[in-house]
Write a protein that binds this ligand. Sequence first.
Ligand SMILES: O=C(O)C1=C[C@@H](OP(=O)(O)O)[C@@H](O)[C@H](O)C1
Ligand SMILES: C=C(OP(=O)(O)O)C(=O)O
Length: 426
Amino acid sequence: MNINRIKSLKGSIHIPGDKSISHRGIMLGALANGKTEINHFLQGADCLSTISCFQKLGIDIVNSKNSVLIEGKGLHGLLPSKEILDVGNSGTTTRLLSGILAGQSFITTLNGDASIQKRPMNRIITPLTQMGAKIESLNNNGCTPLKITGSPLKGIHYHSPIASAQVKSCILLAGLYADSPTSVTEPFVSRNHTELMSSSFGAEITVQNTTVTIDPDPTLEGQKIDVPGDISSAAFFIVAGLIIPNSEIIIKNVGINPTRDGILKVCKDMGANIKLENIHTSNGELIADIIVSTSSLTGTVIEGSIIPTLIDEIPIIAVLACFAKGTTVIKDAQELKVKESNRIDVMVRNLTAMGADISATDDGMIIKGGKPLHGAVINSDFDHRIAMAFSIAALNAESETEILGIECINISYPDFFTDLNNLIQK
Ligand SMILES: O=C(O)C1=C[C@@H](OP(=O)(O)O)[C@@H](O)[C@H](O)C1
Ligand SMILES: C=C(OP(=O)(O)O)C(=O)O
């Protein structure tokens, strides 16, 4: 894909459904009694992997694009899969599903693509094993393929060394099958969609500071879920609207859950023209329209408790920082090394190729903004966030940019270029 500089962006856009919430809707819908209807479900490859895994576990799911209908079979209704479950590229599917499978009365093997086979799974194997689960990393490297032998589980209080919603959610979902309450304490609060959604399905969840506790064996009842737009997808348009001259865009119906809204705070800190309108709540999730216009920006420091609230947005925030005056420092973000790619290395390599002044640190990056970007050949390393971040950077670079492996945007945002083209002013 070749991309050139554009003049401006104008208009309004509806962002596709939130990836994290879409995954959880399928999982909890499958474990609930009766029908669950999910509207504005994200039709990205990761969420389709979650659907196909649950279909193989005996759940009827009809995906009619506008809505997804799930015929839930209750907490104990899953059936053994005849095949290996394919989790594709999705870390969320792998880790959350492993928590559910740990409590079943059958054996499951799951595996995914080349990227998933390098992502760390000991972070879930350790707590699930403490609960009594039997999980084998078949290549003995702490990664997939995983063989999960469902077992009777006991409730634990796990102190997670990382603020990870996937680790927390994996343990909480396993906790549904435990013999006593299960608690997870994390160093900082990570996204809380599992907590919000499972309590709306009828689970007993209590939250105290950074500790979440779930009671076992609830009766979950099917729900109607309206998925808000994904702020992690909106982030590309937020940044585009800020860095491209003469732009003003309205991004409608975006989830701004406080455990996800770090990018909004960072933009405000940097001096962005950004406003929220029409703020309301749906299914316990906070939603707003976001209005952004071209802004003069200054660098900032991003560290500590805000990191989990913007972890997937760091690639596009690094692009934003290139267009700000002064230095932006990103710290405490070592988790970026174990995403679909090593997002610190890949951002530094590719932004350097475009002429930015950026260096990698052990836990983040330092960007000295203000140097104009020029076109380059960008290898996305088949990471969707990287491919989209550089598609936006290319819109304000001096010469043509070529992005290799652009198809990976299908993971989280299949219509990204259609939506972008609708805003570009010729
Ligand atoms: O729980 C989730 O839906 C997610 C949690 C985050 O991962 P970690 O839990 O590994 O931080 C995030 O990066 C991922 O895109 C989605
Ligand atoms: C890290 C991501 O997803 P996952 O962990 O589910 O693969 C992401 O979407 O940026």
